[in-house]
Design a protein around this ligand. Sequence first.
Ligand code: MF3
Ligand code: CO
Length: 270
Amino acid sequence: MIIYKSQAEIDLMREAGMILAETLARLQAMARPGLSLLELDKEADRFIRDRGCIPGFVGYQGYRHAICTSVNDQVVHGIPTNRKLREGDLLSLDAGLIHRGFWADAGVTVGIGKLSAQAQRLMDVTREALGIGIDQARVGNRVGDISAAVQQHVEAAGFSVVRQFVGHGIGRDMHEDPQVPNFGIAGRGPLLKPGMVLAIEPMVNAGGPDVALLGDGWTVVTVDHSLSAYFEHSVAITPDGPEILTVVPKSVLRQEIHSPLASEGPGGGG
Ligand code: MF3
Ligand code: CO
């Protein structure tokens, strides 16, 4: 069942989305060789709680962290460990939070230092695919229009879309109807109407589409060990077109994101 959101509810989800976008920007600014995945997770947890929000992944189906960190051939749901980032890593960050009862869910792939040409192109094509998918998230279109647009862009670049995991509606629950696959047929699927909010999240492999689950029960990897990238935004369907909720508006200047002392508080020495 699709749950439509009122304007007031979308306003709350916009607040949630902005805080989540700031969180991801902060993590992106921190990510560099030598930093561990657990340090990123710790910062995300602190950053989200400091703003009065709940890091919603914590406790979700037994998950124990605020973010997912998926490196190189890991697709999504990688568990943060003490593994340190290395030059050339392709790091996918996925975070979610709950703000006044409403979820925001978003993710980004980040290159650590200088990437290989293939990794760079994979990251660029995946980011573009999300944008092209979002552009189809319009009243009167169908979910299949989003799916087909994402798939077409990815496959035209010689990459493949993951089938086993899909985007989703989002609201008071992280995962609501409808499912939003990254593959499909234009003109098919649920009709897009004002008040729907969708988490659109292309997962793109440099090689084949098949993925497998590691023994930790969470981490999803490519079967052929090819690189994978992922981007996600929570997007509201409005009469005026798609509104990306998980962004920091340009008018909002945020100091903490790029501050090296951000985690130390006032007077923190460094
Ligand atoms: N953000 C992911 C999604 O879109 C969910 C992360 S799983 C969790 O489905 F356990 F970490 F929450
Ligand atoms: Co999601």
